[in-house]
Design a protein around this ligand. Structure first.
Ligand code: FMN
Length: 312
């Protein structure tokens, strides 16, 4: 794929290979790892606009940034103009440059609340939300899917509505809500969105290798790609796509642990790293054995010993 900088309103990204918002994973430490490996832009995981307005401390912890967040991009979810506007203008988000609005989350708790992918059915409201958040003066972006069900494409209408109301970039996850995360993305449907608006459109879905990124770009005409699960297992995928030398993988995992240790106590990091270790171990020789060891580890010293033994 052609690597290039993208404009998001008045901002310019280092390149067009982005890290997706991933609930439970894309915290300051993982984003820093991805930036060190070449990512062009990284988003926080989705953060509840209501939670921010209620001063929920756990919600606020999701906003912690790393020194490498050269553009600070937070993803919010919500479906009420006043709630989103208040969160966008709040002190908590004062350092952020980009607010991405989640219009793709499929989980029932979010969907049944009128948020996430439910917004795809209501382009008028979606446009109003973009307009409301734009009042914060920050650049507003939107991440969406293709629709709810296969029979009904919603992405083009939604994209036009958010574009006309000031969105500066759109990411399209090329699947429908009913697909959740399975199957190949529908390239032609992403391409329809690319052709419908005059702002950069990022293609997302199913990028696990450099070749996947090339195919996604070629078939959609998108301005860039967004890595999600592919980066969780192998954040060095950024370096591969960018044709950069890949750093020693064991030292990347150990660095991830060390970054978390700058903020949290050792035992908490050991527990929090379990799910991430399971992902790093996918496809590794004797993965099952090492996963069990990682789940029993109570210190980061033990985790690092496991990393030393891996054949990566
Ligand atoms: C564990 C997990 C958490 C996710 N969290 C978010 C999120 O917070 N916000 C969001 O817009 N999408 C979220 N997604 C969707 C991803 O950003 C991405 O759109 C999706 O995984 C498709 O890309 P992939 O096929 O390359 O994984 C999540 C996906 C997974 C698997």
């Amino acid at each position: 794929m052609e690597i290039k900088s993208l404009s998001i309103g008045r901002l310019s990204t280092k390149n067009n290979v982005f890290l997706a918002p991933l609930a439970g994973f894309t915290d300051f430490a993982f984003r820093q790892i991805c930036y060190e490996l070449g990512a062009g832009l990284c988003f926080t995981e989705m953060v509840s606009a209501k939670g921010l307005n209620y001063n929920n401390e756990k919600t606020k912890d999701l906003l912690r940034c790393s020194p490498l967040d050269y553009i600070k991009a937070v993803q919010l979810f919500g479906c009420e103009e006043d709630v989103l506007e208040k969160a966008a203008k709040s002190d908590d988000l004062k350092d952020f440059d980009i607010i991405d609005i989640n219009m793709g989350c499929p989980v029932p708790k979010v969907f049944n609340n009128g948020e996430g992918s439910k917004l795809m059915e209501n382009p008028t409201l979606a446009g109003k939300l973009v307009n409301a958040v734009s009042k914060s003066g920050k650049e507003v972006t939107v991440k969406m899917r293709l629709g709810i069900e296969h029979e009904k494409d919603l992405a083009v209408d939604l994209a036009k509505a958010v574009y006309e109301n000031g969105a500066k970039l759109i990411t399209v996850h090329g699947r429908y809500r009913e697909d959740y995360y399975s199957g190949q993305p529908y390239y032609d449907k992403i391409a329809e969105v690319v052709n419908a608006v005059n702002i950069p459109v990022i293609a997302n879905g199913g990028v696990f290798t450099k070749e996947d990124a090339d195919v996604l770009m070629e078939n959609t005409g998108a301005a860039g790609v967004m890595l999600a699960r592919g980066a969780l297992n192998r954040p060095w995928l950024f370096s591969e796509i960018l044709n950069k030398p890949v750093k020693d993988k064991k030292s990347i995992i150990k660095r991830h642990i060390d970054l978390l240790l700058q903020v949290y106590p050792d035992n908490i990091v050991a527990i929090n790293m379990r799910k991430q270790m399971a992902l790093y171990l996918a496809g590794v020789k004797d993965a099952k054995k090492y996963k069990l060891m990682a789940f029993e580890a109570t210190s980061t010293k033990q985790l690092k010993q496991i990393v030393n033994e891996l054949q990566l």
